[in-house]
Structure formats: C-alpha cells, structure tokens
Design a protein around this ligand. Structure first.
Ligand code: NAD
Ligand code: TYD
Length: 331
C-alpha cells in the first residue's frame, strides 16, 4: 500500500506513521507536512531512516504540491491541520486556510490521484458541547469555536465529495488525544511543562469542563482499522470511553510529578468554552475496536514521557514563544 499522510510530523501524525510502519511491512509512507510551529522532523527522528518512509516538506494549501505528493498513492490519511482552539480564537485565519481550504485541496488531489480511500480526520468538537446523551454520528454538527467550525466545514465538504464525486471518504471523529509528542500548548503537556518549572497552572474557569481522553496509540489503531475497513461515506466516532473533569486530570499530573496543588490557578475562561465532549463509539466498536489504555495509568505514563523529554519540550515551546506570551498575558 502506498500511503500519503498529511500532517505526519505533528502529534497524531508522527504516532500514526510509526504505528503503520510497525504494523504493516508492505507499506510505503509519504509524509506531506509544512512544519509549522506544531510539526517537526524531531517527532519522526527514530523512523526517518526507514526506507519505506519519505518526507516531503510542503503546504496542503498549494494544489500543485498536494497533487504531486498524492501522485501514485493508494490511500490518503489527512491529518494536517491548525489544531488548537485557543490559537483559532486569537485569529481564525490559519485554521480557515489549512483546515477548510487545505482540506478542499486534499480532496481535489485525492480525486486526481484516484485513491481507493481517503481517511479524513475530523474531531468530536464538530458536534459542539454535549449537554445530554453522548453524540452519535448522525447528530447535527453544531461547532461553537472557530477551530471546530473549520473542521465541521471540512466534514461537510468531504461528505459532499463522496455524494457528488464518489470520492471514497471515511471520516474519523476522535476525542481529545494524549500521549508522546503532543505539542505543549495542549492541556496535558503544557501543564507538565509549567509544573516542572514550578509555574502556576492556568485553569480556565472552574476547571470542571469534561473531556473524554483517548490515548494516541488507541487512536492510531482505530485509524488503521478505518483506513482498511471503514465504509466510504460514513463517519465514525473514536473515544476513550472515560469522561473526566479537567481538574481530575490536572491533579494526576501534579501527583505524578510530586508537585503541590497550590500551583493550580483559576483564570479567565476561554470564550465559547465547550463544557463537555462525549460521544458514543459503538459504530467503531462493531468493527472490533475498543480502547485499551486505562485513563489514569495512561496519563501517568504520558506525564513521565514528557518529564523525560525536557529537551524536546524546550525546542517545541521555543517555537511557540510569541503565542504563549500573547495568550497567557494576565492569565
Ligand atoms: P498537531 O498540531 O500536533 O499537528 C498538525 C501537523 O499538521 C503539524 O505537523 C503541522 O506542521 C502540519 N500542518 C499544519 N498546517 C499545514 C499545512 N497547511 N500543510 C501541511 N502541513 C500542515 O495536530 P494533531 O494533534 O496531531 O492533530 C492531527 C489531526 O487530528 C488534526 O486534523 C486535528 O484536527 C485532529 N484531532 C486532534 C485531536 C487532539 O486531541 N490532538 C483530537 C481530535 C482531532
Ligand atoms: P485543549 O488541550 O486545548 O483541548 P480542547 O480545547 O480541544 O479540548 O484543552 C483541554 C481542556 O483543558 C479544555 O477544557 C480547556 C482546558 N485548558 C485549561 O484549562 N487551561 C489551559 O491552559 C489549556 C491549554 C486548556
């Protein structure tokens, strides 16, 4: 199988590339990645020498670049995105360009290449905040922040390409991921980074917002399954199956690092903050998948991984210095 992975130098992308190289001998993986602040060759360092992996630096918003990267591919896993809600609140520009326009370019390139499968990686955030029963795939999309709106737009476009052009698109909707190589702007690695330096942890509002944490290895297993067995035109929820308020996760981080709870500081809430994400993933379960990594031990192991990779965190946070200064000023 010849695979194009967009965003393969990011958090989930690098884990997925490693997973597919380990699980499938007969695979050629071409990564297309712009190497924004969130992406780095660092994240793929241990597999870059693998002859089955090819790295192309380029922007999915450039049609010729994506078409050339997709040429000869049997399938595409589309992960490239501007993935952070807070950044999309400061400015939605990059998210609109990459998540919506860039996805459009990927869908066009997939058509031109005649791929057998396009796995479009979306998010649970497209459903909006969950105030009742966990969302199922047929629920309406009601995104509430600029990031999730651009992702929902791409989902609609993907579905339209299936209906109109017969593009064999499968849509994945994962919940909040955690694990090695996550860029330290997201809750878990960011708070590990701050706690290690004895800096306060800026908890938005009361910290009782609920997230359903999915370990990135469980996610990658689900993505490979959907790539090979997902039905074209269908969307699949992927969850960790374990909803937790943010403060519970934060307390585990502090406990694992042996740091005091006095580091917690409640700060101004994120505008449009979704209070809860929750999904039913039984459709994916019917294909034989279930999450394996237990929440607390998974979080603890992840915290240890970051603590053992401080150089990596140093390099990654240095790339986001201006953002951290702007967003957290006064928080
Ligand atoms: P990430 O921010 O860690 O990585 C994104 C990667 O995309 C980076 O390597 C970046 O360089 C690359 N990229 C960005 N813009 C690009 C462009 N214009 N052209 C080419 N490459 C570009 O993100 P992630 O957490 O790995 O998320 C991957 C996908 O999964 C995204 O589509 C995201 O919306 C989705 N997702 C993530 C989570 C999560 O918890 N991290 C949850 C649900 C869905
Ligand atoms: P995040 O990792 O940004 O993921 P998402 O917004 O996509 O769910 O945030 C996870 C939760 O942690 C979310 O409820 C916001 C909260 N949070 C804070 O309280 N403080 C922070 O500094 C960050 C980055 C997140």
């Amino acid at each position: 199988m010849r695979l194009l992975v967009t965003g393969g130098a990011g958090f989930i992308g690098s884990n997925f590339v490693r997973h597919v190289l380990a699980e499938r001998r007969d695979v050629h993986v071409r990564v297309l990645d712009k190497l924004t602040y969130a992406g780095s060759r660092d994240n793929l360092a241990d597999v870059l020498d693998d002859a089955r992996l090819e790295f192309v630096e380029g922007d999915i918003c450039d049609q010729a670049t994506v078409e050339s990267a997709a040429d000869g591919a049997d399938a595409i896993v589309h992960l490239a995105a501007e993935s952070h809600v807070d950044r999309s609140i400061i400015s939605a520009e990059a998210a609109v360009q990459t998540n919506f326009v860039g996805s459009f370019r990927v869908f066009e390139a997939a058509r031109a290449a005649g791929v057998q499968r396009l796995l479009h990686v979306s998010t649970d955030e497209v459903y909006g905040a969950c105030l009742g029963e966990p969302f199922v795939e047929t629920d309406p999309l009601e995104p509430r922040n600029p990031y999730s709106a651009t992702k929902a737009g791409a989902d609609h476009l993907a579905h339209s390409y299936f209906v109109t052009h017969g593009l064999p698109v499968v849509i994945a909707r994962p919940s909040n991921n955690y694990g090695p190589w996550q860029y330290p702007e997201k809750l878990i690695p960011f708070f590990v980074w701050r706690a290690l330096r004895d800096e306060h942890l800026p908890v938005y509002g009361d910290g009782m917002q609920v997230r359903d944490w999915l370990h990135v290895e469980d996610h990658c297993r689900a993505l490979l399954l959907l790539l090979e067995r997902g039905a074209p035109g269908e969307a699949y929820n992927i969850h960790g199956g374990d909803e937790r308020p943010n403060l519970a996760t934060i307390r585990i981080i502090l406990d694992e690092l042996g740091k005091p709870e006095g580091l917690i500081r409640h700060v101004e809430d994120r505008p449009g903050h979704d209070v809860r994400y929750a999904m039913d993933a039984s459709k994916l379960g019917a294909l034989g998948w279930e999450p394996r990594v237990e929440w607390e031990s998974g979080i603890r192991a992840t915290v240890r991984w970051f603590a053992e990779h401080r150089d990596w965190m140093e390099r990654a946070t240095a790339r986001g210095k201006a953002y951290f200064e702007e967003w957290y000023a006064g928080r």
